[in-house]
Design a protein around this ligand. Structure first.
Ligand code: HEM
Length: 437
């Protein structure tokens, strides 16, 4: 876990995937290169002198990608951008078709680190065994194959009754609390945390470990030592858990993998860490920010409450909580959108800009939960497309419907401007959302 500069990496979930690989959403232990760590969020948005846009391009509204991204997409959908930390340059890709092409192109590697300065040229890294979000080609496919069958629509649907029960229990607990209630602390965060713990076979009492690690990962200004300490604690914790599963494997995912006997303890630790971090932080932010968005759009809120079938995908598209996907590095010279890109250069795909591209759907800046299915990229695209996407959709559908049905009079207890938005984060969301009903 080396890593130096601070800039975006994934998100797998992420806005700024560090190019050393920590998925912003997913949680690779490594990573730390994220842009903007030491640079305040409020910078002009353009690097002094170069005139290039600075990444990340900050949101001015919690629900929308920056208008600067739309301008860039129209003028230069594959553009040079600069990382404020040290002025190094990356390719920022904003057009929908180009983002998909980039993410599906094996010449762009997810195993990159270094870069950002002359003495740290971009190079391919050797990811920790099991941390497949940072792997390419057959190495990546080997792990995906072991897991894909466990995340199909059918397998995921078997979890529906249990997810409904978890959601109902959290709503019961919320109802007993004095109002206003913080929706994030009482609902948005616990629901996906409980679900991923059950899926993996991890005690929910252990949630502090992975919630803390996830928080450190996705903050763009977390000191490297803080990330490393949180990671080390989580790794130690998971190593103990896996030893316990080896002694007594259960029927949950880690237990099943242990019984199959193919993976080493080290691989199991990394896979569990990735799934834990990726599996709760993103969904939690979607529930928090999505609820706030729906409260601003009562007509759409009513449709979600009635069970509009494509609502989860439209909310994912519209909010693009993972604004920028993990760093990719060009393994060879290539051309994208007419732009010549040299081997060794970095690229970032703006999922937010792609999801608001007029080429994707009609009136992309309008929230319409009845919209026909779109080819949005909020869950990524290509070989690294979100492994947990069916689970994420199911959790969002159950959570939003049950919440809005239980509390038909749900409203924010503070004005929109007072809701604390996550500013310096690879994943958009709100820190808390006081609600009443
Ligand atoms: C609303 C929720 C979610 C969003 C917005 C989201 C977004 C994403 C995105 C954009 C990627 C692609 C990263 C890249 O290309 O580098 C990704 C990958 C991934 N996601 Fe999610 N995700 C969500 C929920 C989940 C859940 C619930 C799980 C867990 C079960 C999960 C597990 C993963 C994993 C393991 C990867 C890495 C896949 C690979 O590298 O092959 N995600 N996610």
């Amino acid at each position: 876990m080396t890593s130096r500069s601070e800039f975006p990496r994934h998100p797998a979930h992420a806005e700024y995937p560090a190019h050393t690989g920590r998925p912003v959403h997913a949680g690779s232990p490594e990573s730390s290169a994220r842009p903007g760590r030491s640079e305040p969020a409020g910078s002009s948005g353009h690097a002094e002198g170069s005139g290039l846009p600075e990444v990340p391009i900050r949101r001015t509204c919690p629900f929308d990608p920056s208008p600067d991204l739309a301008a860039l997409r129209a003028a230069r959908p594959v553009a040079r951008a600069v990382m404020p930390l040290d002025g190094s340059e990356v390719w920022l890709v904003t057009g929908h078709d180009l983002v998909r092409r980039m993410l599906a192109d094996p010449r762009w590697s997810s195993s990159v680190e270094g870069g950002l300065s002359e003495d740290q040229p971009l190079h391919l890294k050797q990811p920790e065994p099991g941390m497949f979000i940072e792997m390419d080609g057959s190495e990546h496919a080997r792990y995906r194959r072991m897991l894909t069958a466990r995340f199909t629509v059918q397998r995921t649907n078997r979890l529906r009754p249990r997810i409904e029960q978890i959601v109902a229990e959290r709503l019961d607990a919320m109802e007993r609390l004095p109002r206003p209630v913080d929706l994030v602390a009482e609902f948005a965060l616990p629901v996906p945390s409980l679900v991923i713990c059950e899926l993996l076979g991890m005690p929910y009492e252990d949630r502090a470990e992975f919630q803390e690690a996830a928080r450190a990962f996705v903050r763009l200004d977390s000191p490297a030592e803080e990330i490393e300490a949180a990671m080390a604690r989580l790794i130690g914790h998971l190593a103990k858990l896996i030893a316990a599963k080896r002694a007594e494997p259960d029927d949950a995912l880690i237990g099943e993998l242990v019984r199959e006997g193919v993976l080493t303890d080290g691989e199991l630790v990394q896979i569990s860490m990735l799934l834990l971090v990726a599996g709760h932080e993103t969904t939690a932010n979607m529930i928090g920010l999505g609820t706030l968005l729906l409260l601003q759009h009562p007509d759409q809120l009513a449709l979600v409450r009635e069970g509009a079938p494509g609502a989860a995908d439209e909310l994912l598209r519209y909010l693009s909580i993972v604004d920028v996907v993990m760093f990719r590095g060009a393994k060879e010279d290539l051309t994208l959108g007419g732009q010549r890109i040299r081997a060794g250069e970095f690229g970032l795909a703006s999922l937010g800009a792609a999801n608001r591209d007029p080429a994707l759907c009609e009136d992309p800046d309008r929230l319409d939960v009845t919209r026909p299915k779109t080819a949005h990229v909020a869950l990524g695209f290509g070989p690294h497309q979100c492994l947990g996407q069916n689970l994420a959709r199911l959790e969002l559908e159950v959570a939003f419907q049950a919440l809005l049905r239980r509390f038909p009079g749900l409203r924010a207890a503070v004005p929109l401007e007072e809701v604390p938005v996550r500013e310096n984060s690879a994943i958009h969301g709100v820190h808390s959302l006081p609600v009443t009903w």
